[in-house]
Design a protein around this ligand. Structure first.
Ligand code: FES
Ligand code: FES
Length: 169
């Protein structure tokens, strides 16, 4: 068993786990934080997306023991029923979900994605690799393409992200 110190949603936490335990299983099965979802467990759906030191990551593809000292943010840390984050509120307003299973991953991913745009990171569809990319629907769809929604709520997800970013959907 390995001992790993994590800072999860601003709370220190000591994890005792087998070295093969993924970050996703550590969150859900060891720490009882079930907001982060397991869809494929193979890095293909994005349901397990969390933030590690502010960057989005598929938690099913990384081992918990690799994150000693890291700062992890899950959907529970972004906001709750009484203090929704702008993206959480916007997903509700725009009906950005049906079953909701992909939603924690979508919102964690979108949170980091907006920061990537703000920091000027280009994507495959950006017109220029320099300067800040315009936050168009195509730009959002491309950047969120790692997050699959089986209910196909994509148009509403894009609108929710646009509004949370201060744009008119
Ligand atoms: S559960 Fe991790 S990408 Fe699907
Ligand atoms: S809301 Fe059902 S999978 Fe996205």
């Amino acid at each position: 068993m390995l001992r790993t110190e994590l800072l999860i949603n601003s709370q220190s936490c000591t994890l005792e786990s087998d070295e093969r335990t993924t970050l996703l299983d550590a969150l859900r099965n060891h720490l009882n934080m079930t907001g982060t979802k397991k869809g494929c467990d193979h890095g293909q759906c994005g349901a397990c997306t969390v933030l590690v030191n502010g960057r989005r990551i598929n938690s099913c593809l990384t081992l918990a023991c690799m994150h000693d000292g890291d700062e992890i943010t899950t959907i529970e840390g972004l906001g709750g029923p009484d203090d929704l984050s702008p993206l959480q509120a916007s997903f509700i307003k725009h009906d950005g979900f049906q079953c909701g299973y992909c939603t924690p991953g979508q919102i964690c991913s979108a949170t980091a994605m907006l920061k990537e745009v703000e920091d000027g990171w280009p994507s495959h569809v950006s017109e220029d690799v320099e300067g800040n990319p315009a936050l168009t629907e195509a730009e959002i769809s491309e950047r969120m393409s790692g997050n699959i929604c089986r209910c196909s709520a994509y148009p509403n997800i894009v609108n929710a992200i646009l509004e949370a970013a201060g744009k008119t959907p």
